[in-house]
Design a protein around this ligand. Structure first.
Ligand SMILES: *Cc1c(COP(=O)(O)O)cnc(C)c1O
Length: 458
């Protein structure tokens, strides 16, 4: 087989800023060893997130010019609505400015302190939006998901036994809907199988509970099904995506992921009464139902993006690109969650840097080392993000379960030689890994400290 190429030519370019090691040393020190606090112009390769960071196509940029900015009934909305309806099969299409706005609206009309929402794994904004309404967000992913080194095809599946026991325990009347996140971002970008989606629908249906999808990466999930699930080898990925949505009663979507948008999202559903309530909230918080939180031109770009995302050459390149990064890291002895996910690689910093105790944040040290070595920005998902004060000893902390560093790959942005450069830089990190020290926090805010905390090496 030949090299899987970037299936696009480059028409518009954006310079990548290169910096010297000495400059990066200074910037890192000034940023308190927290890469969130370094300005983007000083980053060479940015793997902080794949959300809204993708490259739009020439066709998408072209659509921007024909955006209809009418307040009501804009033709751009009708175009967007048609594309989303053909994809999802849902009756009501409600545009929002991003995924969390769709979640906020949905849960504000369905969840209160008596309600439970099961999911394979809630993404953090989804969980926060359930909990903000005092509801209970419960993760019921298969146990395989908790074994980082296990290579299994569908580690994003929900555990149907756990789900049935859960429904029996809390009672179907207290579950406004069940959720499946495709792919399972929190669990490593791992896909959910078609069989699992179908069986989840059947189980929920038995109890009269609707199924919603957190559909942010539906296209990557659909392509994983094509590659890994028997019976789908020859099905066009568009049909696979349509089948995924056919089992759902509704969905929330961040179009900053598999919508190829820099901003945007939507909520879709069949239930008329629920849609009416959601639209009332939409008008209150986002905007009129035919633009939601978006400009007409954004709706145009998304309508085009949602078609392009299902191009199989693109999806083949997309998954190959992420895998190439993961395999490259593994070859030099850097352990990552297996198998590579659809949008990101997760480095196991605890296993890679066993000499740094969890209390000295091995993941944070690794993100600093990656920046220093290659101007690479990644995000710690470990004890800086999830560590909790020890109730028995306020001076101490209970560390997170895992110390991960996530490299999320923006869509259509980096080429293979970019990834090669990143891997060469990572070799530099490997060479000096025994000298890497942990760090301690010198300042932290009361909430969400990973964004703004400052550190120093121990
Ligand atoms: C990004 C994301 C969201 C939230 O979407 P935003 O557009 O960032 O508000 C929800 N769920 C999943 C799985 C996501 O990846």
């Amino acid at each position: 087989m030949r090299t899987i190429i970037e299936p696009f030519r480059i028409k518009v370019v954006e310079p990548i800023r290169l910096s010297t090691r000495r400059e990066r040393e200074k910037l890192l020190r000034e940023a308190g060893y927290n890469v969130f606090l370094i300005d983007a112009e000083h980053i060479t390769f940015d793997f902080l997130t794949d959300s809204g960071t993708g490259a739009m196509s020439a066709a998408q940029w072209g659509r921007l010019m024909v955006g209809d900015e009418s307040y009501a009934g804009s033709t751009s909305f009708r175009r967007f609505e048609k594309v989303v309806r053909e994809l999802t099969g849902k009756k009501h299409i409600i545009p929002t400015h991003q995924g969390r706005a769709a979640e906020s609206i949905l849960f504000s009309v369905t969840v209160d302190e008596t309600k439970y929402v099961p999911n394979n794994c809630h993404f953090d904004t989804t969980r926060a939006n359930v909990e903000f309404r005092k509801g209970h967000a419960v993760d019921l992913v298969v146990d395989e998901c908790h074994q980082p080194q296990l290579d299994a095809p569908f580690k994003g599946n929900i555990d149907l036994n756990k789900l049935e026991k859960f429904i029996e325990r809390v009672g179907p009347a207290n579950i406004p809907m069940g959720f499946l996140t495709v792919t399972n971002n929190t669990g490593g970008g791992q896909p959910v199988s078609m069989r699992n989606i179908r069986e989840t629908k059947e189980l929920l249906g038995k109890y009269g509970i609707p199924l919603f999808l957190d559909a942010c990466r539906f296209a990557e999930n659909a392509y994983f099904i094509k590659l890994r699930e028997k019976g789908y080898e020859n099905t066009p990925v568009r049909e696979i995506a349509q089948e995924i949505f056919s089992y759902a009663d509704g969905c929330t979507m961040s179009a900053k992921k598999d919508g190829f948008g820099n901003i945007g999202g939507f909520l879709a559903m069949n239930d008329d009464e629920l849609a009416m309530k959601a639209r009332n909230m939409l008008i209150l918080t986002e905007g009129f139902p035919t633009y939601g939180g978006l400009a007409g031109r954004d709706l145009e770009a998304l309508a085009q993006g949602l078609v392009e995302i299902l191009d199989e050459n693109y999806l083949q390149y997309r998954l190959a690109c992420v895998r190439y990064l993961g395999v490259g890291l593994n070859k030099m002895g850097i352990p990552t969650i297996q198998p590579p996910g659809g949008h990101a690689i997760y480095i196991d910093a605890k296993a890679f840097l066993p000499h740094i105790p969890q209390g000295e944040y091995p993941g944070q040290s690794l993100t600093a080392a990656m920046y220093l070595e290659g101007g690479i920005r990644a995000v710690e998902i470990g004890s800086v993000m999830f560590g909790k004060p020890d109730p028995d000893d306020p001076g101490k902390e209970i560390p997170a379960e895992m110390e991960l560093v996530r490299m999320a790959v923006p869509r259509r942005v980096y080429t293979q030689s970019h990834i090669d450069y990143v891997l060469e830089s990572m070799e530099g990190v490997v060479k000096t890994k025994d000298e890497l020290r942990g760090c301690r926090i010198t300042w932290q805010p009361p909430f969400l400290r990973h964004f703004t905390a400052r550190f120093e090496p121990v």
